[in-house]
Design a protein around this ligand. Structure first.
Ligand code: NOJ
Length: 552
């Protein structure tokens, strides 16, 4: 039997160190991708079985796995009990090492999701910490005495912080006679990153995964790691929910966080070619830009919330271009495991039921804009949100949603990947952990792979175009006025390579004029027969049509 990290043969060489500059990253929600054991839950051997689909059929370069660690599953894996191990529900340690090797053998990279702001309350660290005020783990979490006692003798929390998942941000532990702080569920206590032993333990864990060949990390809510050392109450402001009624100046975004980030990057940089992506918690593109540097990218959320409007997209992209500047690389994210599926969201916003047409137009945006694209599993099929009946809700905050705590049920975007039109959708031979979408009989990989006009075939063509045109991968960005409000057009320029991209956000034809001297070779688009501009640069885009032209 192999131990974690054992190298069997020479590890496969995954390719050049600057891979991340050209890469498209595919996010896998492991529970929902491919079940190989018949227990209804996706697993690592299932992912290995689908690597050829990812690199050959879709054409992505890297995969990011949502958490795969042992977890009681209260936040469906984002409550980690032991960060150094693989949850047996997903397979063995050897399965993980095989996944890394098989990905590398195909020239693909593997990115893990690190949840270092908090642990599960079932982690050995917290189990020890909560026992007493004087054990080796006593200061590993944010413990505080009560601010006083209420008339009924109940302890009062140390400050006004609330949980992002609803309710107070503090939970009482009678064994210590103290409260502990949690930004999310009470079962997800926040770590005390000001305790040096915590940082040392986290870095040891990170080093362990680097030694096993992991190519990068996505850092869950990384700007919340550090809190104000004195834990003062947040200032209050008018707002519609308990969370928005506070200005979150003390429970995240501390000035000394950059030093912590530097220490983390130094560790990662010891292994060349490793990237990290910080998940910005509740912040705008200014903060994302400020924390982006070199091989450390930062997710920001304006595009994931943008309405389907050429003007809004253009304004959002221009703002982020100004904030990031040409040196810093933004990310392109239209959906993930926390947000509505992009096809559903954009179609709703467009007031159209032509989901496929809008999914293809969104693909042109994702592939053509400047930044590193992150493609959430199933978006390449045009997967839509699946309505989950109340008695099947898994997402914990969705169970306690109410007027002061409105919540989007995230189960809707986490349903199993449909591979075939058969029962179980080729995802499982058992009972799926979450219901499969009702459209799986026709919206599935097998059907779409056989249809040149499908969303999947469109992604494949667009990603091929991205691989063949340098400007699409590395070029600068500049908006183009195509003379039509419903069309968003821009150019990308790299040494020896130019591209022009135009997307019609309207459900009607739009005639545009691209400036003279622009790239003229039609490379790809949403349609199988993309139109070429005439000699004056005039071209008519059909409803929701996207077009990529290039030179070089
Ligand atoms: C952000 C993750 O994306 C989300 O799924 C999770 O619930 C919270 N962090 C808490 O870990």
């Amino acid at each position: 039997m192999t131990e974690p990290g054992d190298q069997q043969d020479d590890p496969p060489d995954p390719g050049p160190e600057d891979w991340w500059l050209d890469a498209v990253v595919y996010q896998i929600y492991p529970r929902s991708f491919q079940d190989s054991s018949g227990d209804g839950v996706g697993d690592l051997p299932g992912i290995v079985d689908r690597l050829d689909y990812l690199c050959q059929t879709v054409g992505v370069d890297a995969i990011w796995l949502s958490p795969i660690y042992p977890s009681p599953g209260l936040d469906v894996g984002y409550d980690v009990a032991d960060h150094r191990r693989v949850d047996p529900v997903f397979g063995t340690e050897a399965d993980f090492d095989r996944l890394v090797a098989e990905a590398h053998r195909r020239g693909m990279r593997l990115i893990l999701d690190l949840v270092m702001n908090h642990t599960s309350d079932r982690s050995a660290w917290f189990e020890a910490s909560r026992q007493s005020r004087d054990n080796p783990y006593a200061d590993w979490y944010l413990w505080r005495d009560p601010a006083g006692f209420g008339a009924d003798g109940s302890p009062l929390p140390p400050n006004n912080w609330v949980s992002f998942f609803g309710g107070p941000g503090w939970t009482w532990e009678p064994r210590r006679g103290q409260f502990y702080q949690h930004t999310f569920l009470a079962q997800q206590p926040d770590l005390n990153w000001r305790e040096p032993a915590v940082e040392a333990a986290q870095w040891a864990m990170v080093r362990g995964w680097l030694d096993r060949g992991v190519d990068g990390f996505r850092l869950d809510v990384f700007n919340a790691f550090l809190k104000h050392p004195d834990l003062p109450s947040n200032p209050e402001q008018p707002g519609s929910t308990a969370w928005t009624r506070q200005v979150h100046v003390h429970d995240r975004d501390q000035a000394d966080f950059v030093e912590l980030l530097d220490r983390f990057r130094a560790l990662v940089d010891a292994e060349p070619g490793r990237i990290t992506i910080g998940e910005l918690f509740d912040g705008g593109p200014e903060r994302a830009a400020a924390m982006t540097r070199g091989q450390h990218l930062v997710f920001d959320w304006e595009l994931i919330a943008a309405p389907w409007s050429a003007g809004e997209f253009r304004a959002t992209v221009e703002r982020r271009e100004r904030l990031f500047g040409p040196e810093r690389r933004p990310t392109l994210v239209f959906s993930n495991h926390d947000q509505p599926r992009q096809a559903s969201r954009f179609a709703r916003s467009a007031g159209s039921d032509d989901v496929d047409a809008i999914a293809k137009a969104a693909a042109v945006l994702l592939v053509g804009l400047r930044g590193t694209p992150f493609l959430y599993y199933g978006e390449e099929l045009g997967m839509v949100d699946v309505e989950i009946p109340p008695d099947e809700i898994v997402d914990p905050p969705a169970r306690i949603a109410g007027p002061d705590f409105p919540w989007w049920n995230r189960d809707q975007c986490r349903t199993p990947m449909p591979w075939t039109g058969e029962p179980g959708a080729g995802f499982t031979t058992g009972r799926p952990w979450l219901r499969i979408g009702p459209d799986a009989a026709r919206r599935n990989v097998a059907a779409e792979a056989a249809d040149e006009g499908s969303v999947l075939a469109t992604y494949r063509r667009l990603l091929e175009a991205r691989r063949s045109v340098l400007a699409l991968r590395r070029g600068s960005y500049e908006s183009i006025d195509a003379g039509e409000d419903d069309v968003f057009a821009w150019r990308r320029v790299a040494p020896g390579s130019r591209a022009v991209v135009a997307v019609n956000f309207a459900g009607v034809d739009c005639r545009i004029r691209l400036p003279a001297g622009e790239a003229r070779r039609v490379v790809a688009g949403t349609h199988l027969d993309p139109p070429a501009p005439d000699g004056d640069g005039v071209v008519t885009l059909r409803p929701f049509e996207g077009l990529i032209l290039a030179d070089g």
